[in-house]
Design a protein around this ligand. Structure first.
Ligand SMILES: Nc1ncnc2c1ncn2[C@@H]1O[C@H](COP(=O)(O)OP(=O)(O)OP(=O)(O)O)[C@@H](O)[C@H]1O
Ligand SMILES: [Mg+2]
Length: 469
């Protein structure tokens, strides 16, 4: 058959792939048929095309999830087809099929974003295994996506505001961390949302019904932290004092969030390390060890590596806590989230006071140019303060603190040195795109129009930036 064809989906026998849509692109009919059969037996809906052109048309109209692409198609070169497919459907998982002895092109295809490759001739079992992997990969991706959306949405406790590529990257890690039980070290400047992220990890995970217990290691006196964390036996401190359970035991299947963990005194660091390693604690004044079942999340705005090299933080504990680590970007690294965060805090104020307020363009401009050393917390305070100061429905620059107010006439980036620095074209392009989005209040479609590029290109670039950073 020479014309392109669509194979009508059949009811799958096994539901492993659960109606995922697979497109087979190959000019050899026998191969198309064989691939179709194997894929359908795994539960895929299959579509087929014998040319790149027809594949492009099918991609969008049929919501294709995965593509099996012959790299030796007549007409368009395989790599060109791969790039085009990626640009039409960036989420599609692409497996390339190469001829014997052309593994070089498969390697290039993987570099260009293909998920995997298979060399012709291949056995049906080989194909089955490969497609099985594709199905599991897609399933995991969609589970992670659902979780990410949940984290971003306002449901539950873990609502995190932000749609910048930096935050998208963070959501991916938070989603992964939520599924694991390893300790996570959350890094970030003050006010970036470390506790918000810790809550999000706990409340998005399977043990969300168990307790989430924050402990501020920075504000408690050392003896108190010890008895808070590990508990104490009857009369441990004074004659008739009752025994008390430690928070590590009370958490019972839940999470203890050690905030400002860098402030923990060195002797308690040793005790905490033992508790994590042995999964048991010894309450103050007791000789007995009690088993614990707790997940540890820790946060700090201090440079812990530096503390380790200065000997004020135990290296072994640092490694224990740092099994997974994530760094929350400062607000100035993700200015495009400022409008969304500001309106979130404005909405909250209007719900609390029953009075709706908006930001004037100039006020927003000044906020976009400001560096926010206190990050989201500072922005939150700034909005609350402005709501209290202004008498009308619109917040003007004069309602903002002086340090922000004076920036309304300056352009972004506020740093003049940065504007005159010699930069690679790719960096200039990146800044142009991010600044346009920030200045247009996060409106990506408008930004693409103003920049004179297609929206697909803009989204692709944002994705690239996210994966690079
Ligand atoms: N992405 C976000 N979306 C919504 N609110 C946020 C976000 N990040 C931070 N906040 C808000 O900003 C404030 C500071 O957040 P949080 O206490 O989590 O920061 P932190 O990094 O723990 O700060 P610190 O180092 O000072 O303890 C909180 O009121 C929180 O609700
Ligand atoms: Mg905090």
């Amino acid at each position: 058959m020479t014309t392109a064809e669509i194979i009508v989906p059949v009811i799958p026998k096994i539901e492993g792939a659960n109606f995922l849509n697979l497109l087979v692109v190959d000019d050899e009919r026998a191969i198309r048929e064989a691939c179709r059969e194997v894929a359908q037996s795994l539960g895929f809906n299959t579509f087929a095309a014998d040319s790149a052109e027809h594949a492009y048309r099918l991609l969008d109209s049929h919501g294709i999830d995965a593509v099996l692409l012959d790299l030796r198609l007549p007409g368009a070169g395989g790599l060109e087809a791969l790039n085009r497919i990626k640009s039409i459907r960036s989420d599609a998982v692409i497996v390339v099929v190469t001829g014997y002895g052309t593994v070089q092109s498969a390697v290039q295809a993987m570099k260009n974003g293909a998920y995997d490759y298979v060399t012709k001739p291949f056995s049906l079992d080989e194909l089955k295994l490969l497609l099985d992997r594709v199905a599991s990969h897609l399933k995991l991706k969609s589970e992670n996506r659902i979780l990410r959306e949940k984290i971003k949405s306002k449901q539950g406790f873990g609502s995190i505001i932000g749609r910048s590529p930096e935050m998208e990257k963070l959501y991916r890690i938070v989603a992964k961390a939520a599924h694991s039980t390893h300790p996570v070290l959350i890094l970030g400047e003050s006010g970036t949302g470390k506790e918000v992220v810790a809550r999000s990890i706990h409340f998005s995970g399977p043990f969300r019904d168990k307790p989430f217990i924050p402990v501020d290691c920075g504000s408690l006196v050392p003896t108190l932290i010890e008895s808070e964390l590990f508990g104490h036996a009857k009369g441990a401190f004074t004659g008739n004092q009752q025994a008390k359970d430690g928070l590590l035991a009370i958490a019972d299947g839940g999470t203890v969030f050690l905030d400002e963990v860098g402030e923990l005194p060195i002797d308690l660091q040793a005790k905490l390390l033992r508790a994590i390693q042995e999964k048991e604690i010894r309450p103050v004044g007791s000789t007995k060890h009690l088993p614990i079942n707790v997940r540890i999340l820790a946060a700090t705005n201090r440079d812990l590596e530096e503390a380790v090299s200065q000997g004020t933080f135990r290296r072994d504990l640092y490694y224990r806590l740092n099994v997974l680590s994530l760094r929350i970007p400062s607000l100035r690294e993700r200015r495009q989230d400022i409008p969304m965060l500001a309106s979130h805090f404005l909405e909250r104020q209007s719900r609390a006071n029953g009075f709706e307020r908006t930001l004037s363009d100039d006020a927003l401009k000044a906020m976009l140019a400001y560096d926010w050393p206190g990050n989201v917390r500072e922005l939150e305070n700034c909005v609350e303060r402005a709501c209290a100061f202004t008498s009308g429905p619109v917040i003007h620059p004069s309602d903002l603190p002086a340090a922000i107010n004076q920036l309304q006439y300056e352009s972004i980036p506020s740093n003049a040195a940065a504007a005159s620095k010699i930069m690679p074209m790719s960096e200039i392009e990146r800044q142009a795109i991010l600044n346009a989005i920030a200045q247009l209040n996060g409106d990506k479609l408008k930004a693409a129009r103003v920049l004179g590029i297609g929206k697909t290109t803009l989204y692709r670039k944002l994705k690239e930036y996210a994966s690079r950073s």
